[in-house]
Design a protein around this ligand. Structure first.
Ligand SMILES: Nc1nc2c(ncn2[C@@H]2O[C@H](COP(=O)(O)OP(=O)(O)O)[C@@H](O)[C@H]2O)c(=O)[nH]1
Ligand SMILES: [Mg+2]
Length: 251
C-alpha cells in the first residue's frame, strides 16, 4: 500500500497550528450510547468525514479522537470517544468503563470543555432510562454538570422530517410530555436536531451555527480535570451502590 506521507504530514501540521490558537477555542465533547450518532454528529460539526461511524463500528477500538474546524473566526475542537458508551446504569463493569473513558477524554484536553453534547437519536422512545441517564451523568461529572455544561443533540433529523411532516422541531418539543419534558427542563431547553446525512452545504452550516448559539448560552466556563476529580467521591459511590445492588440480587 502506498501511503502519501506528505498529506499525513500536512494534516498533522494543520491540527498542530489550530491547537496553538488559544483564544477563540471552543471545545466540545460528544457523549451518548453507541449507535446514537455521536461520530456522525462530530462529522456534521466539522463538516468533514473525520470520525468513523456506523458500518465500520467493529473496527473501532477505544480511544479519544479529535479534530478542529473554523467557523466565524472561531477554532472549534470536537472530541469523540471511540469506545462503547453506556450512559446508563446497566452493570458495574460498564459504569467503571464509562468513568474511565470520560477520565481519558478529560485528561486528553487539559484546558477543559465548554460543552458536552449528549447525543440522543430521534425515534427512540424516551423512558425512565433516559431520565436516569441524567442522574448518572450528574453522579459521574458533578451535580451542576447538566445544567452548566450540557446540550441535547438529537440525531436522525431526516427521520423527524418524514415522521412529523409540517411540525417544527420546536413545536414538537413543546408538545412532548412526561419523561422527555423532564429531560428538556434539566437541559434548560437546550436541544438541537441534526440531520447528519444531509448533503446540502447551507443546511450543514446552518445547523452548526444553531448549535453554536446554544453553546454560547452557557456561561463561558470550561469543565476540566479538576472538576472531574471533585466528583470522584460520587463516582466511587455510584459504582459501590451498584455493586451492592447487584450483590443483593444474588448475581
Ligand atoms: N439517517 C440518519 N442516519 C444517521 C444519522 N446520524 C447517524 N446516523 C447513522 O447511525 C449509525 C450510527 O452512527 P454513529 O455516528 O456511528 O454513532 P456512534 O456509535 O454514536 O458514534 C450510522 O450508521 C450512521 O450513519 C442521521 O442524522 N440520519
Ligand atoms: Mg462513534
Amino acid at each position: 500500500m502506498v501511503v502519501n506521507t506528505s498529506i499525513i504530514g500536512n494534516e498533522i501540521i494543520r491540527k498542530y497550528k489550530m491547537s496553538l490558537k488559544e483564544d477563540s477555542d471552543l471545545d466540545l465533547l460528544l457523549i451518548g450510547k453507541t449507535g446514537n450518532g455521536k461520530s456522525s454528529a462530530g462529522n456534521s460539526i466539522l463538516r468533514r468525514q473525520v470520525f468513523e461511524s456506523g458500518a465500520s463500528m467493529n473496527s473501532i477500538t477505544t480511544g479519544v479522537n479529535f479534530d478542529f474546524t473554523e467557523i466565524d473566526n472561531r477554532v472549534i475542537k470536537v472530541v469523540d470517544v471511540r469506545g462503547v458508551q453506556e450512559t446508563r446504569e446497566t452493570e458495574a463493569k460498564s459504569i467503571a468503563l464509562f468513568i474511565r473513558e470520560m477520565e481519558h477524554a478529560v485528561v486528553a484536553n487539559p484546558r477543559g470543555y465548554h460543552a458536552f453534547l449528549i447525543v440522543l437519536r430521534f425515534g427512540v422512545r424516551f423512558t425512565q432510562e433516559e431520565v436516569n441517564t441524567i442522574k448518572f451523568l450528574k453522579a459521574v461529572f458533578g451535580e451542576t454538570f447538566v445544567r452548566d455544561f450540557c446540550i441535547l443533540v438529537m440525531t436522525f433529523g431526516d427521520f423527524f422530517e418524514i415522521e412529523c411532516e409540517g411540525l417544527s422541531f420546536k413545536e414538537w418539543c413543546e408538545r412532548e410530555t412526561g419523561n422527555f419534558k423532564e429531560l428538556l427542563s434539566e437541559f434548560n431547553q437546550r436541544i438541537i436536531l441534526l440531520k447528519n446525512k444531509i448533503k446540502d452545504a447551507s443546511v450543514k452550516i446552518h445547523q452548526v451555527l444553531e448549535l453554536l448559539k446554544l453553546v454560547d448560552q452557557l456561561n463561558d466556563k470550561r469543565y476540566n480535570d479538576e472538576n472531574f476529580k471533585q466528583a470522584r467521591e460520587s463516582q466511587i459511590k455510584l459504582q459501590f451502590n451498584f455493586e451492592l445492588k447487584t450483590y443483593a440480587r444474588g448475581r
